[in-house]
Design a protein around this ligand. Structure first.
Ligand SMILES: [Zn+2]
Length: 213
């Protein structure tokens, strides 16, 4: 089960102390989605993956984490209004702000995961911005894939799902039809994505569809 506890955190930017929900434990049971979003109960713990200072508006995984860019950025219009993206939920806004800070700091991986979490929250509240955000996440994933790190195939799987779920079926088929992933299970997921893309299917699926066949 999920255990969440309020813990006092001191903001590294302004020094304000606030109580922040902190995840003590959780579990997941079942199959992740094709973009690797975990099943319940972990699925529903996103609100504790990020903290926001009530005084200066800084967002971070932990408010005690240092901000690596000038703090004036937190007062900029683009930060305050999420570059004009009118998200339905405050949690989407938080993740988007984390994404913006990471981009500004030059941390592409953190920027990618911030945006991915923003997308998942958009899905949960039926926010149509999820499609536009998936298109942007595709570009960040491409940058990460080019780096050829050990997580490369993970980024390919997430990119494939973002492409399909933002309706970029042809691009998905073109880029990945003739590519075989080293990890056998990952390759099965990719083959399934291509199958679905050819059917122009942009629905959400879990890996249960593949591995319980
Ligand atoms: Zn603060």
């Amino acid at each position: 089960m999920t255990m969440i506890k309020d813990i006092e955190r001191e903001c590294s930017v302004c020094g304000e102390k606030s109580m922040q929900p902190t995840l003590m434990s959780t579990n997941s049971w079942g199959y992740p989605d094709l973009d690797l979003r975990p099943p319940e109960m972990q699925r529903s713990t996103m609100h504790v993956w990020i903290q926001e200072c009530p005084n200066c508006g800084y967002v971070a995984g932990r408010l005690t984490d240092e901000l690596e860019i000038p703090k004036d950025f937190l007062k900029s219009d683009e930060y305050l209004n999420c570059k004009g993206n009118d998200f339905k939920s405050d949690l989407s806004k938080r993740f988007y702000k984390l994404h913006m800070i990471a981009r500004e700091s030059g941390n592409v991986e953190k920027a990618f995961y911030g945006l991915r979490n923003c997308i998942w929250e958009c899905d949960d509240v039926q926010d149509e911005l999820a499609i536009e955000m998936r298109k942007r996440a595709v570009e960040l994933a491409s940058e990460l894939i080019e780096r050829n790190t050990e997580d490369k195939e993970i980024f390919i799987l997430m990119k494939a799902d973002f492409l399909r779920r933002s309706g970029q079926f042809d691009r998905l088929v073109e880029e990945y039809e003739n590519i075989t992933l080293d990890d056998e299970n990952s390759d099965r997921v990719l083959r399934y994505q291509i199958e679905k893309a050819k059917e122009q299917d942009d629905e959400c699926y879990t890996t249960e569809e593949i591995f319980s066949r």
